[in-house]
Design a protein around this ligand. Structure first.
Ligand code: FES
Length: 161
């Protein structure tokens, strides 16, 4: 297991092993993992401990955008794939990201610094095209702005972006 079993148990105790708290449990357990995901092994462990079926836990994990079933980069970039962002030039933003990071959507860079994924609209249509990086929204994007953001993330100075 890539996460300490003791740490998972502490979270399960906090939520009193209550299966109604499955989503907050998964969110907290995911935070324990630097790669921001819940492995199959961890999912099965949680399911057995709180007495939910393996199919139920996978259903929840795949339904909720905030729960990842695959490893993500330290900077997880979510590209909005909904219509307002699309018609406002998201294709050129995506192309720029793919070129800058040298990965395709759905992949993680070799150094595990960046990952790219699609996400549905997250309500930032007024600043389309928009994306989220580690849940923070970046809007009114242009290819030049993306290059600056990536450069600053590489230098760990995201606060000043
Ligand atoms: S369509 Fe992209 S944030 Fe709403």
């Amino acid at each position: 297991m890539n996460i300490n079993e003791k740490q998972i148990n502490e979270i399960l105790i906090k939520f009193e092993y209550n299966s109604d708290s499955l989503i907050p449990i998964l969110r907290e357990v995911q935070k324990l993992n630097d790669e921001k995901y819940i492995s199959r092994e961890v999912a099965i462990y949680i399911a057995d401990e709180i007495n939910v079926t393996h199919s139920r836990i996978y259903e929840v994990m795949t339904f909720f955008d905030a729960i990842n079933t695959e490893p993500k980069g330290r900077n997880h970039i979510q590209i909005c794939e909904s219509s307002v962002c699309k018609i406002n030039g998201m294709d050129s933003i995506e192309e720029c990201l793919v070129n800058e990071l040298k990965i395709n959507v759905g992949e993680v860079t070799k150094d595990k610094e960046f990952s790219l994924d699609y996400t549905p609209c997250f309500g930032a249509c007024d600043v389309a095209p928009a994306l989220r990086i580690n849940k923070k929204v970046y809007g009114n994007l242009t290819p030049d702005k993306i290059k600056v953001i990536i450069e600053k993330l590489r230098g760990d100075t995201i606060e000043s972006v």
